[in-house]
Design a binder for this molecule. Structure first.
Ligand code: SUG
Length: 448
């Protein structure tokens, strides 16, 4: 049976703004308070989806969330009408309003961890929504994420959904951004690679000194158990704490994998040789031949990687078996990175082509091409069971582009966030979106 990797990209929500909310994420901190352009952000994301679809890849779309999240503000004690809640929080606690307006759900690599049916004990595709509990503005995403994923993958015979892990730092889980799957073919059993930043319960593991390690070993292990993965099909590795302290807040900022290939920076992991040997031997047991492409620090420093987002690229398989790297424009403007990429694609190795995308609006908050997509490996039968409303087509692209043009502002500052009219605009837009994507009622304003 045919199988595919389907990339579901997060549609940027209408409140996209630069809130400076993510300590440890250099771009988010350095662009704090700048004015953003939600319309441009959404169109840049849609252009990437369309381009991948036009190249022949399977592409889907994941809906944004209801923002401002008035229900979350009510849980923090703000009361009155929706407009009064917004006015009161704007006056008394602007940082909470900014957090409740974040469009951070666009980075759907953090929405969930997904295990394809070929890896799981019950032969279903498993999803665990990520609790994202390291940052308040992201910790409020998972209930709606679960409803949206439930509406997209609404077939119990093929899809199993797990609620987010307990919402405490000891089970901090950031989803697929710290998870990669290696396989010979998408429909065959593979090896799932979980990368964690620290252990919550075992003090023998080192931890970063400056910035938080968002993913714990214990969270990764819990997800592997929930998904029914075999021990032989799982490898755990620790991120190098010193790169977290240099701004690598997720593993997908320093490594990316696809098929049998891991593309990573020399400083990404601890005990790299042991980890590579385990990946290689476990992949061999399911018929695969592991290959790694290490980028040396002499060619690209960790700082270059963080600024350019070289590793936050999408590594995609082409029909001839070679691979294509989708990188952000920032890679072309970094001389060392661009030179490295020219050498890489000309070397006769598996990565043959680089395509550049302008994703500046998202990049300025620390989200590159890979952050914007959630990968779901599906066989033909499973793909047919996905809600067809979320699969990208030329006409869906046109509808979504027109929807963005109709509803999005082209400038967003704190004053806009404090405008109660914005809430009404967003709800109107999202209500229409659920009809375009055929999701049913998924937002708090639609179900409460
Ligand atoms: O969680 N930025 C996101 C970026 C997530 C990128 N995702 C992956 N690497 N997979 C984060 O730090 C910034 C929001 C703000 O500051 O307005 C933010 O949430």
């Amino acid at each position: 049976m045919k199988s595919y990797e389907v990339n579901f990209d997060g549609l940027v929500g209408p409140t996209h703004n630069y809130g400076g909310l993510s300590y440890g994420n250099v771009a988010s901190q350095s662009n704090s308070q700048q004015s953003s352009n939600p319309k441009e952000a959404a169109l840049q994301g849609l252009a990437k989806m369309k381009a991948l679809m036009d190249m022949g890849f399977q592409q889907g779309v994941l809906a944004p969330q209801e923002r401002p999240d008035v229900a979350a503000l009510r849980r923090l004690g703000f009361a009155g009408s929706d407009a009064q809640v917004i006015q009161q929080v704007a006056k008394e606690a602007m940082p909470l309003l900014v957090a409740s307006c974040s469009a951070s759900s666009m980075w759907v690599a953090n929405a969930a961890t997904v295990s394809p049916s070929a890896d799981t004990a019950d032969g279903r595709v498993h999803f665990t929504a990520a609790n994202l509990n390291c940052k308040y503005h992201r910790s409020i995403e998972h209930p709606t994420t679960s409803r949206v994923l439930g509406a997209m993958f609404a077939n119990q015979q093929h899809f199993a959904h797990h609620a987010a892990l307990p919402a405490v730092a000891q089970f901090g889980d950031e989803g697929a951004a710290n998870h990669t799957r290696f396989c010979r073919a998408y429909g065959e059993a593979g090896v799932e690679f979980f990368v964690f930043g620290r252990s919550a319960f075992d003090t023998r593991y080192p931890a970063p000194q400056k910035y938080p390690a968002r993913q714990t070993l214990e969270a990764s292990q819990a997800v592997a158990r929930l998904h029914g993965l075999r021990e032989e099909g799982v490898v755990y590795a620790q991120q190098n704490p010193s790169v977290i302290d240099q701004g690598v807040f997720h593993n997908d900022v320093i490594a990316v994998g696809n098929g049998e290939v891991l593309f990573y920076h020399e400083d990404a992991f601890l005990e790299t040789d042991k980890m590579l040997a385990e990946l290689s031997s476990k992949l061999a047991k399911v018929g695969g031949k592991f290959q790694s492409v290490c980028v040396p620090r002499s060619a690209v420093t960790v700082d270059d990687a963080v600024r350019s987002y070289l590793f936050n690229s999408q590594l995609l398989s082409r029909p001839d078996g070679s691979m294509l790297l989708i990188v952000p424009e920032e890679c072309r403007s970094n001389e060392r990175v661009w030179q490295y990429l020219q050498g890489l694609t000309g070397s006769g190795g598996v990565i043959r082509e680089v395509k550049v995308f302008d994703l500046k609006q998202s990049m300025q908050n620390g989200g590159g091409p890979a952050c914007l997509r959630l990968r779901v490996a599906l066989n033909e039968t499973e793909l047919a069971a996905v809600n067809p409303g979320v699969i990208m087509t030329a006409s869906l692209y046109d509808s979504l582009t027109q929807w963005v043009e109709r509803h999005y502002r082209d400038r967003m500052t704190e004053n806009d966030l404090a405008d109660p009219q914005l809430l009404l605009e967003c709800r109107g837009a999202l209500d229409e979106l659920t009809q375009i994507l055929k999701l049913g009622a998924v937002y708090p304003f639609q179900i409460n």
